[in-house]
Design a protein around this ligand. Sequence first.
Ligand code: MRU
Length: 348
Amino acid sequence: MKELVKALEWKDEALYLIDQRKLPLEETFVKVTTLEECHGAIKDMVVRGAPLIGFTAIYGMVLWIKNNRQACLEELNKAADYLNTARPTAVNLEYEVLRIKQMAVEYEGRFDAFYPIIEEHAKAQMQVLADGNLAMAKLGADELEKRCGGGKLNLMTLCNTGWLACGPMGTALGVISHMHSLGRVEKAYPSETRPYLQGIRLSSYELTKEGIPHDIVVEGAHSFLLRNKMVDAIFIGADRIVSNGDTANKVGSSSLAIVAKHYGIPFYVVAPTSSFDLGSETGDEIEIEMRSQDEVLYCGGTRLAPEGATAWNPSFDVTDASLIECIICEKGLIKPVNKENLLKVVNS
Ligand code: MRU
């Protein structure tokens, strides 16, 4: 998927983030010049999507080092730990922050010298994301050909995993975009993704910009489409994949996977290796972010629920490994999904 508008840009030693809260109605940018502002932008979902949260966090650390060149390692570690608290479920955040903590050890007392190094590291990571996304898109297309044949397909997704969330092309949406470039998409079905509406606002925005035919569906329509064979395969992203293959992704993923299993529709997870948490054994260990009930009770600033009503708003859920046909990462396919296969591919 082409990045027709920049999701973010590093310019004149500041980070500019497209404000994803305002899309698709407004394409405006938020300027970030400190680690604290970066923390706020991630927490408030100016920027979102696991890989891009991780990438933005790298720039949060770049900004901190730029603003604190005389600081010591202990202070850097404290700042890094604070940044890590912005959102709990996407493991990419702690993955990138930890890497910078490790790199910083060599520059203890010399953060002046570390600054250009870390700035270069940040720039290089966008290319890493782009290369990984393209590799996953090609693997996904090959897998689809084996599983569903070479004709045009109807592909469903949930939440937003395009360039706004994952770097050039995207992950799960990247597979759909790549399939479209091969002339192999009949129709995409992005799910609305209540309550924050990443599907209707962001995936449809990206699909529209790229001219990919699609119909938005509400989550309640999943079973109807799958039962009536209107969908050939489902692709979702991941915020955290643990050793046994259990996968945390936007809430609603798990129920979609259960329905897909029931009707025999292949359910794929597409995510870079920075989304894997090999320190956790099963999905029970994943911290699920609980978000404000107002995201459920209100829509676009208008209260939908009666005064006095309350809501419960988990942002993610865990899809059991047994429901996933295959996990696609840039290093290859994990199929069938089990610990042995997962470790073999991720550590290769
Ligand atoms: O809460 P968000 O919007 O940051 O959620 C992340 C997601 O977009 C999804 O869970 C996605 O499918 C995996 S990350 C690209």
